[in-house]
Design a protein around this ligand. Structure first.
Ligand SMILES: Cc1cc2nc3c(=O)[nH]c(=O)nc-3n(C[C@H](O)[C@H](O)[C@H](O)COP(=O)(O)O)c2cc1C
Length: 187
């Protein structure tokens, strides 16, 4: 198996990070890998926002959890509480992928997923543990959404897409086992 395939197979979602920060050179390599992602018609309707400011990460985490706690359905909130009560699992770095709606509507979401996975695999290749974070959207869904967009310098017309948490694991998970039943071969 080559290094790229090994990296794909070894990627897993880290849900308990230690305090050690990833060095800026690696963070930049990871973010720049995201910029190399393909997008429909090369529209690049994304803004990759790297956050290492611990105060802002904490504020986002607390606000997202608060928004989640106010949902009538408490299942997601309870899930996070069971995992330690932190939306970002203590990750010392966070990449926010902001996106702008495009035509046809929803196509930007495909670009978003590709960027997120490129970032995740680039991180894995450098030994940086990571986790996709769709829950990041909750941080922008409440009354502080616009305040955060301003603080994080979202370009006009951009909304929170999703995040990728970065750091070094305090507790490793195993990657999920690929389900071969999900592969159909017609020859
Ligand atoms: C679009 C997307 C959003 C996700 N959002 C979250 C999230 O907010 N929190 C989380 O703990 N995991 C999140 N995940 C991780 C998935 O739960 C995880 O990939 C899946 O359970 C398979 O486990 P593995 O990544 O360890 O192989 C997300 C994954 C994707 C693709």
């Amino acid at each position: 198996m080559n290094d790229t395939l090994k990296c794909i197979i070894n990627r897993y979602s880290c849900r308990k990070f230690g305090d050690t920060q990833v060095n800026m050179q690696d963070l930049l390599s990871i973010a720049k890998a995201g910029l190399a992602s393909p997008s429909g018609m090369n529209r690049q309707n994304w803004q990759i926002i790297m956050v290492t400011n611990q105060e802002i990460i904490k504020e986002l985490d607390e606000e997202g959890l608060k928004v989640l706690s106010e949902f009538p359905d408490k299942s997601l909130y309870d899930r996070i509480l069971k995992r330690g009560g932190k939306l970002f699992y203590g990750a010392p770095a966070l990449i926010i992928i902001a996106i702008k709606e495009t035509f046809p509507k929803g196509a930007e979401l495909i670009d978003l997923g590709i960027v997120a996975q490129t970032i995740s695999l680039a991180a894995t290749s450098l030994g940086v543990d990571n986790c996709h974070c769709g829950f990041l959207a909750f941080c922008f869904a409440g009354s502080r959404g616009n305040e955060f967009k301003e603080k994080l310098e979202f370009p006009d017309g951009y909304e929170c897409g999703m995040g990728v948490l970065l750091g070094y694991s305090a507790e490793r998970n195993m990657p999920h086992k690929p389900n071969i039943d999900k592969l159909t071969i017609i020859d």
